[in-house]
Design a protein around this ligand. Structure first.
Ligand SMILES: [Zn+2]
Length: 275
């Protein structure tokens, strides 16, 4: 994990949200997901490490160090992300694939690190899997556009190093790992679907920013490129996985992070799996 903190104003991040809904679901939104005294969504920034029989795969690479990001907690970080990853048994050289669910700054940051004044791939032996639709959208950004800084220092150096692989909607490694298209937050946003020994999981990236959206999948975030499409995708996703054994791992859920979507009256709620 890179860091976790009460991060962003509820009304700002989820413009359609109401405090009443948060209050009604306090029993499962507190204490991990919402700071009730400050009215802030609690966000975690973490990378998932997948080990298959053949590969070591990272999903999403957080904010990164030394990056110019004019935002509290993001700007010019100097954190022990790589040291922590080594302590978890993963050396940068050992990573085979880096999957970015989408090309926003907080999902691509550790794609690169600063060496002698240049941005170089952090994982020298990895292929970085970017969705084709995201690349087509982001490559046209201009200086000053939102997302341009991340394109310049965290995506383009990977393309230039020849380490990027553009993937389509039906990409899969094997039976264990496949891309599940979940467009709307960005045009090519993808979730990562896992199957292993009869168990299933889905890494949902930024399709769902806060667990409250499992109860209100109609609430899109301010950061969604196409809020209507994001809403449609999320409603369908919550419906598909409700009351199944598929474990959900979202990019920004703090605390225990993992859990299940469970029916709750007319809607759904998120039930964490402790430990
Ligand atoms: Zn994000």
């Amino acid at each position: 994990m890179e860091f976790e903190t009460p991060f962003i104003g509820r009304q700002y991040a989820l413009p359609e949200s109401t405090r009443e809904v948060f209050d009604a679901h306090r029993d499962w939104l507190a204490p991990h997901f919402f700071d009730y005294s400050a009215d802030l969504l609690i966000f975690s920034f973490h990378t998932f490490i997948l080990k298959t029989p053949h590969h070591t795969i990272l999903v999403d690479t957080c904010v990164g160090n030394h990056k110019e990001r004019p935002l509290e907690h993001w700007h010019m970080r100097d954190g022990p992300y790589l040291e922590d990853m080594r302590a978890a048994g993963v050396a940068p050289e050992s990573v085979d694939y880096v999957m970015c669910t989408h090309l926003h700054a907080d999902h691509t940051g550790w794609n690169t690190r600063l060496r002698d004044g240049r941005w170089v791939p952090t994982f020298p032996n990895a292929k970085y899997l970017f969705s084709k639709d995201d690349w087509n959208f982001f490559q046209d950004l201009k200086e000053g556009d939102p997302g341009y800084a991340a394109l310049r220092d965290s995506v383009l150096p990977i393309m230039e190093a020849g380490q990027a692989q553009l993937v389509d909607k039906d990409f899969q490694f094997d039976d264990a790992v496949r891309v599940e298209p979940t467009p709307g937050h960005t045009p090519g946003h993808y979730a990562v679907h896992l199957s292993s020994k009869g168990r299933e999981g889905v890494l949902s990236g930024d399709l769902i920013h806060s667990p409250v959206q499992i109860n209100r999948p109609d609430w899109s975030s301010k950061f969604c490129n196409d809020p209507d499409r994001s809403r449609e995708t999320r409603i369908e996703f919550v419906d598909r996985y409700a009351d199944t054994d598929v474990m959900l791992f979202a990019a920004h859920f703090g605390g225990p992070t993992a859990g299940h979507i469970r029916a709750d009256g007319d809607a759904c709620k998120f039930q964490v799996v402790e430990g």
